[in-house]
Design a protein around this ligand. Structure first.
Ligand SMILES: NC(=O)N[C@@H](CC(=O)O)C(=O)O
Length: 436
């Protein structure tokens, strides 16, 4: 028996303040006067309640790269950021390209208990892009995989991409493409533009992303399958997705918090914390991805949480690894860039950070409405404080955050994973449900 919790005075977007009673992993009642004898009462006056956040793009690094992150440390970081489910990218060692590895990943998530871990399977064996992995076996495994990606690498071969799109139709799967033409980005170090020209760093042109997206939406249309585009970062990519959706192509797209906020101007300081794939782009691109998210062209925000150990970043720019951690900061960055700017509402935040990622990934029990009978995976967020993002905010194993020292609004106060607190009163718990 878990604790019965009564949250008093939570703000639900569109319906004002309400009390939320949580019992046995579910929302037992919602209303102005929900109550239960013996319930622990929690005053959440002034806090917003959101469906628990769902990240469609997390690198958990285990198995194989435990110096960067483990399933336990990564899901603790997730909980701290208000997430109750993460989709784990397959670029582990071994690569998650068989039923055995995705089932191992699932079991590690269940053992950790901080968030639901839904494995993503690799599209090709070893993510080498040469032949299809056992997509069907991963789909039929206990991990019930529906999202497949070679993220970190592009499924560059158009015939393999076509076959993958065709294959996953049988079980309503989706191919999540890392859109990057490898030839056009050989040796690339940063966005190709005026800053790269000035700094003399090899450029990573927008067209390397856009040409793959253009090809893939046409392939998805041709075979009548479902495509998801990972971490879209350029104005041209937004235009292509807008065009494809208008045409009725079954495509969805994600943007990362960092591409909503940061630009390639930051590379001038040569601080490898700002080195990421795809690279930080121009101000014009940032404005275009914000607009794309606001008008529904871009469906979701996904973190691309990519932890790296200190030594992979404490070196000169060219030698540094690509990637930024993002789970702990994502909601605050979306708050700053999209809500405080008036581009979207909190109801939209629930859609782009919970409901739609769960729907795209076909994940049950997440992104559900905040009504009686639904699973109690919830995030209580205080939008009022504004403070600098600091080391204390980082709860995973790696510290490669681009936001350290930057003022950001908001604070996650409570995270409930299936009714069990993982964050209580602003503090990440040592073990789920164990409060001091
Ligand atoms: N997004 C990143 O910058 N890094 C990713 C993989 C990748 O997409 O290169 C990682 O796994 O580190």
């Amino acid at each position: 028996m878990t604790e019965v919790l009564l949250f008093r005075g939570a703000q639900i977007e569109g319906s004002g303040a309400a009390d939320i009673l949580v019992e046995d992993g579910r929302i037992a009642a919602v209303g102005p006067d929900a109550s239960r004898a013996g319930a622990t009462v929690v005053d959440v006056d002034g806090l917003l309640v959101l469906p628990g956040l769902v990240d469609l793009h997390t690198h958990l690094r285990e198995p194989g790269y435990e110096a960067s992150e483990t399933v336990l440390t990564g899901t603790r970081a997730a909980a701290a950021g208000g997430y109750t489910a993460v989709f784990a990218m397959p670029n582990t060692s071994p690569v998650a390209d068989t039923a055995g590895v995705v089932e191992q990943e699932l079991a590690l998530g269940e053992a950790a208990g901080f968030a639901t871990v839904q494995p993503i399977g690799a599209v090709t064996v070893g993510q080498k892009g040469e032949r299809l992995a056992e997509l069907g076996a991963m789909a039929e495994s206990r991990a019930n995989v529906r999202v497949f990606s070679d993220d970190g690498f592009c499924v560059w071969d158009p015939l393999i991409m076509r076959r993958a799109l065709e294959y996953v139709k049988a079980f309503d799967g989706v191919i999540a493409q890392h859109a990057q033409d490898p030839r056009l980005t050989e040796g690339a170090q940063m966005n190709e533009g005026s800053v790269s020209a000035e700094l003399g760093l090899a450029g990573w042109p927008a067209v390397a992303e856009e040409s793959i997206i253009a090809r893939d939406v046409l392939l998805a249309e041709h075979v009548g399958s479902r495509l998801h585009v990972c971490h879209l970062s350029t104005a041209g990519s937004v235009d292509i997705i807008r065009w494809a959706k208008k045409r009725g192509i079954d495509v969805t797209a994600e943007v990362t918090p960092h591409h909503l906020l940061l630009t390639d101007e930051l590379v001038r300081g040569y601080d490898p914390r700002f080195k990421v794939n795809p690279p930080l782009r121009s101000e014009e691109d940032v404005m275009a991805v914000r607009e794309g998210l606001a008008d529904g062209t871009i469906d979701i925000v996904a973190t691309d949480h990519a932890p790296h150990p200190a030594e992979a970043k404490a070196c000169e720019w060219q030698a540094a690894a690509n990637g930024m951690v993002g789970l702990e900061s994502a909601l605050r960055v979306v708050h700053a860039t999209m809500v405080d700017t008036g581009l979207i509402t909190w109801g939209d935040v629930a859609r782009v950070m919970s409901r739609e990622p769960a729907r795209i990934g076909r994940l049950a029990d997440h992104g559900t409405p905040i009504t009686a009978g639904q699973p109690a995976s919830l995030t209580f967020y205080d939008p009022r404080p504004v403070r600098a993002f600091g080391q204390d905010d980082l709860r995973g194993r790696s510290a490669n955050s681009p936001y350290l020292g930057r003022e950001l609004p908001g604070e996650v106060r409570w995270t409930l994973h299936a009714g069990v607190p993982t964050v209580a009163d602003g503090a990440l718990l040592d073990a789920p449900g164990v409060r001091a």
